[in-house]
Design a protein. Structure first.
Length: 257
């Protein structure tokens, strides 16, 4: 009876956070709860235990991490996920940085900064930057701006920092992003233009206009000039920007929502 109540509570918390109960994906709340029940994960303490047990299967640990994130901010969940940042499995580390903002507790920003700068796996580092972009704190914005400005860091990291700055629409980042429009690296120019479009400060339009003929493309996307045109439209004509984005996505073969 107690375990049934726990699994019902898990599903309820997922639904309260806007997840859809039933879907075909393995990571839908319904399927996660069934999976945990099948593996006798019957309490909050069981979730914590299996997450930090490297002898358990990756599949079980990932689903336990997902379920733990449904509890929202709390110290025990934060500590459990933070501990997995040292795990030998990069997928486990990537999920940890994905879910840490959901269970926020200090010092999350410092933990994510360390992952972004030091993790040996590039996908984990990128995920850490995305998570920093989701945290509405001055400290996270400062870290992202610092990474964008640091020319000693890998280009992919600086470009993703620019992208993450666009997630929050923070005006404090505008000067750094405008400066990055002059970067010799196309990906940095591209994602800086994207971020400026998301932030929406029309004062930067003249700087973006200077890029509309930039024909250098970014792998998997389109040209810097096209992204600059999208950014200008995003500030001045959002409906036209959506149509233009759809055209770019179709041209590149990307499936974008």
């Amino acid at each position: 009876m107690q375990s049934t109540k726990f699994h019902d509570k898990l599903l309820q918390m997922a639904l309260e956070r806007g997840y859809t109960s039933h879907s075909e994906t393995a990571f839908s709340p319904h399927n996660i709860v069934l999976f945990l029940e099948k593996h006798h994960i019957n309490s909050y303490e069981d979730l914590i235990s299996v997450i930090n047990d490297s002898s358990q299967s990756q599949e079980l640990r990932l689903r336990a991490m997902t379920a733990l994130s449904w509890f929202g901010p709390n110290k025990a969940a934060y500590e459990a996920l933070q501990a997995t940042l040292q795990d030998s499995d990069p997928t486990i580390r990537r999920f940890a940085v994905l879910y840490l903002p959901a269970v926020y507790a200090d010092p999350l920003v410092d933990a994510l900064r360390k992952v972004a700068l030091e993790d040996p796996d590039q996908t984990v580092r990128v995920e850490a930057l995305c998570s920093l972009g989701l945290i509405n704190q001055p400290a996270s914005i400062r870290v992202l701006r610092s990474i964008l400005r640091d020319e000693t860091l890998p280009a992919f990291l600086r470009a993703r920092a620019a992208e993450a700055l666009g997630q929050r629409g923070n005006l404090d980042a505008v000067d750094d992003l405008v400066a990055s429009l002059s970067s010799p690296i196309a990906a940095i120019r591209f994602w800086s233009a994207y971020a400026l479009g998301e932030i929406g400060d029309i004062a930067v339009i003249p700087r973006l206009l200077a890029l509309v003929d930039d024909s250098e493309s970014v792998e998997g996307w389109w040209t810097v000039g096209e992204e600059a045109r999208w950014a200008i439209l995003a500030m001045t004509a959002p409906e036209d920007a959506r149509a233009f984005f759809d055209q770019l996505a179709q041209k590149s073969g990307r499936i974008c929502g």
